[in-house]
Every structure is written in structure tokens, then in C-alpha cells.
Write a protein of this length. Structure first.
Length: 201
């Protein structure tokens, strides 16, 4: 199951640069792009694809598809959503040198070295704190670095739609894919309410 969370940081509207109360629809895309960020989550302990994946060479860094790693593919997708200076990477301190080799266009200050692994939620929170320090109106697309996503065009289109909704409504957005079967190792999204014209609930 694919699940990505988009977080608008200015939920209170209390920053020094608050969201405009009214903005023409034609300006929405331009305004959003100025405040759109991608946070790539690239930690992990290397336990799910053993023995290929180990703690020092976790699955997101293995060259599994067309001689590219899942991390490289994630970075390629991220660059279709935001400029390199708006892409942040949260990772374990021991992977920083490897990431700098594979993501040379990403500013060094955008690579966040976690002192210890504390799972997804805290990695997202730490990344959000770094981005908030740079832009109080940021909308953050949280992207795990170990997903293979096809077809990519649909993914990019749907994420852009979700980002626009998050920015316009100042709401958390969770993007998911309808599962084909239940799996105890994955979370599931419970949908409530009626489907809106923009496809959200």
C-alpha cells in the first residue's frame, strides 16, 4: 500500500507571512510551488530484504531496478515535484556520506543526520522542524525512499493535486492506493464522508 502524507505547516495562519485570505485560482499553482517541499525518509534498519539488505546497506540503497536504487528513483520523482533546494533528506548519520554521493545536487544543509533511529513519525517531525525554520508556509510531501512507484505520471499528477488541496485548505492530506489484499505489515486508511469533486474525502 502506498501512503504519503502532505503537511501544511501554517495551520494556524499565525506566521509573519500568513496565507492570503483570498487568492485567485490562477495564482494558486504559482504560490504553492514557492512553498512546496519534499522530505525523503531514508533511514531504516535493513531488516526487510535480508540477506540482500543489511544495516550498512539497506534496501533503499541497493541497485535493484535498471541499475538504480530505490533511493535514486525516489530522488528522481522528488525533482519532478520540487527544486533541489526544496528537497530535504532525513537519514541515519551513518548514511550521510552515501547520500551525498547519490544526491550531489541537494544542498548539504538539506541532509538531516538523525543521531539515532526513532522510526517514521519522529523523522517526519524532525524534517518538518528544519523546513519550518526556512518557510512557515511550507507544504511538505513526505516520501519514503524504499517505494517502487509505477506508473510515475499518475503518481506525480495525484501528488500535485493533493499538495494543492493541502495548501488551499490548510489540511493534512494522506494519499493512498487501494490495497488488493490485507497485509498485517502495512497500515490502512479508513475513509469517512462523501467523496469531493476534487477526489478527496
Amino acid at each position: 500500500m502506498l501512503s504519503l502524507t502532505l503537511i501544511p505547516l501554517n495551520l494556524t495562519g499565525s506566521s509573519s507571512n500568513p496565507m492570503p485570505k483570498s487568492s485567485p485560482k490562477t495564482d494558486l499553482k504559482k504560490n504553492l510551488q514557492e512553498h512546496l517541499y519534499v522530505l525523503i525518509l531514508a533511514g531504516g534498519g535493513g531488516t526487510r530484504l535480508w540477506p540482500l539488505s543489511r544495516e550498512n546497506s539497506t534496501k533503499q540503497f541497493l541497485k535493484l531496478f535498471d541499475n538504480k536504487s530505490l533511493f535514486e528513483l525516489t530522488l528522481e520523482r522528488a525533482k519532478k515535484l520540487a527544486s533541489p533546494n526544496h528537497i530535504f533528506i532525513s537519514t541515519s548519520a551513518k548514511y550521510v556520506s552515501l547520500i551525498r554521493k547519490e544526491a550531489k545536487e541537494i544542498p548539504a544543509e538539506n541532509i538531516i543526520a538523525e543521531p539515532m533511529r526513532r522510526d517514521t513519525a519522529l523523522a517526519m517531525g524532525l524534517g518538518a522542524a528544519y523546513i519550518y525554520n526556512q518557510d512557515h508556509q511550507a507544504v511538505i510531501i513526505n516520501c519514503p525512499s524504499d517505494h517502487l512507484i509505477k506508473p510515475e505520471g499518475i503518481y506525480i499528477s495525484e501528488i500535485k493535486k493533493a499538495a494543492a488541496i493541502a495548501y488551499e485548505r490548510q489540511k493534512y492530506i494522506v494519499v493512498g492506493k487501494k490495497p488488493q489484499y490485507a497485509h498485517p505489515g502495512l497500515g490502512h486508511i479508513k475513509i469517512r464522508g462523501e467523496k469531493r469533486p476534487d477526489g478527496s474525502f
